[in-house]
Design a protein around this ligand. Structure first.
Ligand code: ZN
Length: 133
């Protein structure tokens, strides 16, 4: 069965920590050991795992992505959000996290981030948990 994490974004480009929602779905699944697949159902958003301790890391990543792929008028896509499509492909739309002792296995400083590149919008992340046996 697939579960969904609903994410409401507030600005055009931002990273939102969804680690606690992932932990809750894993805990409620009853699976002690396995894999948690996360998949973003959008073409202008992404998902990544990175430092959750210092918010400056997220700010720097967002600022760098905006500098790398500006919201430029020379793109031909009529919707005017090609920068968001490009950022989505650069960051990627899926992550896999191992599960052990009914918890996602993450490093001390790691957090799971939904990455908005064309907000504000209502977004969804699909979550599939697969048990070892
Ligand atoms: Zn578009």
């Amino acid at each position: 069965m697939i579960k969904y994490i609903d994410v409401k974004t507030r600005t055009r480009t931002e990273m939102i920590d969804i680690t606690s929602q992932v932990q809750e779905i894993v805990r409620n699944s009853g699976v002690r050991s396995g894999v948690c697949h996360l998949f973003v159902l959008h073409t202008t958003a992404g998902i990544t795992i990175n430092e959750g301790a210092d918010p400056a890391v997220q700010r720097d990543m967002v600022a760098f992505l905006n500098k790398l792929v500006p919201h430029d008028p020379y793109f031909t896509h009529r919707e005017g959000n090609s920068d968001a499509h490009i950022k989505s492909s650069l960051v990627g739309t899926s992550q896999n996290i191992l599960i052990e002792s009914s918890k996602p296995v993450l490093g001390t400083w790691q957090a799971v981030y939904f990455c908005e590149f064309d907000g504000p919008r209502q977004r969804k992340v699909a979550v599939k948990i697969v048990a070892d046996d």
